[in-house]
Design a protein around this ligand. Structure first.
Ligand SMILES: [Zn+2]
Ligand SMILES: [Zn+2]
Ligand SMILES: [Zn+2]
Ligand SMILES: [Zn+2]
Length: 409
């Protein structure tokens, strides 16, 4: 099962020019900037605020042709107390896509050194391949977007009419952040002050680029026997629900200092053990992407609270296909969000599992620029893992990666 891992990296200078970025935080970069998402599609059911973009992921498909460009956007409410509720109320995933032939982007042929898109059946043109670089077509006029969050800006500042907002809440936020001092100035394009920009940035999650890499760990354990860096000898499948290979020693994941954890003493959560082992080699992974592999399964963080088909993962409302697991957001991403993990009400999760329509269907008509998909949250179990783990999890103020690392034996 090929797994692609995503890591968070700082932005580089060229990032702004990227048409199809995968990133954490910041304002959304819409695949079709003439049709930004409207705030009512990502309004928190708990507090009624517009949610903030957690991340966007460019995940194009060969089939169908409409999904030639394909972007998934994950939104969550920034208000941590809303996350006590069902994840469906405070998190959303939407999918946006465009065919290769579209009015938004123009492609220029160019030479690229790096083979960009997957399977090249071409004979042996190893040298330099002709590729395409994309840019926004000149005729494209981006729609008005909220000055704060980048959602569709359906409301204008009533004084200057040159600043747009998704909601009253963001108009107020912008006014307080500094628009008060800028509003009505003759040059609406005047550069905003750094302090103003900083205050607005605080309403968004910090921006990072997501870079991806194949998880060699999996092939390694699954296909060959030369696993030299593991402390065990089982080379059998490590990627499924079947985790026969786990031996009692492996279960000793709770901070082991001088005592061993007895099987009988702690009712160990096997899914968590597997989770723990699988991320050990790449503890910084923020995304695990497994779409289009046969029977792709998430890496659950617990035996408890696995999403169930239909009940938790309904079929696609547009075409009726059973949604399939596509990727998951790891707890390590919390470290990139500048949230206070010591705050008991802060946003938290074990993992976020994203399920999407396997057909990448598009609805009919104009109304369907964004298809809703499904995100499920799974929390670390407080039972099963053992009291010591729970203490380690909540007992210090470091980020969750550190918590997990501290559990390494
Ligand atoms: Zn909320
Ligand atoms: Zn807004
Ligand atoms: Zn104004
Ligand atoms: Zn569908």
């Amino acid at each position: 099962m090929p797994v692609t891992l995503g890591y968070a990296e700082p932005l580089d200078e060229d990032f702004d020019k990227e048409c199809f970025p995968s990133k954490i935080g910041g304002r959304p970069r819409w695949l079709d900037p003439t049709r930004p998402l409207s705030a009512d599609q990502v309004q928190c059911d708990e507090c009624a605020s517009p949610m903030a973009m957690l991340m966007q992921l460019y995940a194009p498909e060969d089939e169908p042709a409409e999904a030639f460009h394909r972007m998934l956007y994950v939104f969550i409410c920034r208000n941590g107390s809303c996350h006590k509720a069902n994840a469906k109320r405070c998190m959303r995933v939407v999918r946006s896509q465009l065919p290769e032939d579209n009015a938004v982007y123009t492609a220029q042929e160019c030479e690229i050194n790096e083979v960009h898109k997957g399977e090249e059946e071409e004979e042996e043109e190893e040298e330099e391949e002709d590729g395409f670089s994309w840019s926004l077509a000149e005729s494209v006029k981006p729609a008005s977007m909220c000055a704060v969050c980048g959602l569709s800006g359906s409301k204008a500042c009533s004084k200057c009419h040159s600043q747009f907002y998704c909601s009253r809440a963001h108009q107020v936020a912008d006014w307080d952040a500094g628009h008060r001092g800028q509003c009505g100035h003759t040059h609406p394009q005047a550069p905003t002050s750094a302090a103003y920009a900083r205050k607005l940035q605080r309403l968004l999650y910090p921006e990072h680029v997501i870079v991806s890499e194949e998880d060699d760990d999996v092939g390694h354990l699954g296909e060959s026997n030369n696993n030299d860096d593991d402390d065990d000898d089982e080379a059998s499948d490590d990627d499924g629900e079947d985790n026969e290979g786990i031996k009692p020693e492996d279960m000793a994941l709770v901070p082991l200092t001088d005592e061993r954890v007895e099987d009988s003493e702690v009712d160990v959560d096997r899914a968590f053990l597997l989770f723990q082992r699988r991320i050990q080699k790449s503890p910084d992974q923020v995304i695990r992407y497994t779409r289009s592999s046969e029977s792709s399964e998430p890496l659950f963080v617990s035996d408890a609270g696995k999403p169930e088909a239909h009940a938790d993962v309904p079929d696609c409302e547009l075409c009726g296909a059973a949604r399939e697991f596509e990727f998951q957001i790891m707890p390590q991403m919390l470290n990139n969000l500048s949230i206070d993990s010591a705050d008991p009400t802060s946003v938290d999760w074990g993992t976020l599992l994203v399920y999407t329509c396997p057909r990448s269907c598009s609805g009919t008509g104009e109304a369907s620029a964004y298809a809703c998909e499904v995100v499920c949250r799974q929390n670390f179990s407080s039972q099963g893992i053992g009291e010591k783990f729970v203490r380690a999890l909540h007992g210090d103020d470091s980020g969750i990666t550190k918590q997990i690392e501290s559990l390494r034996v």
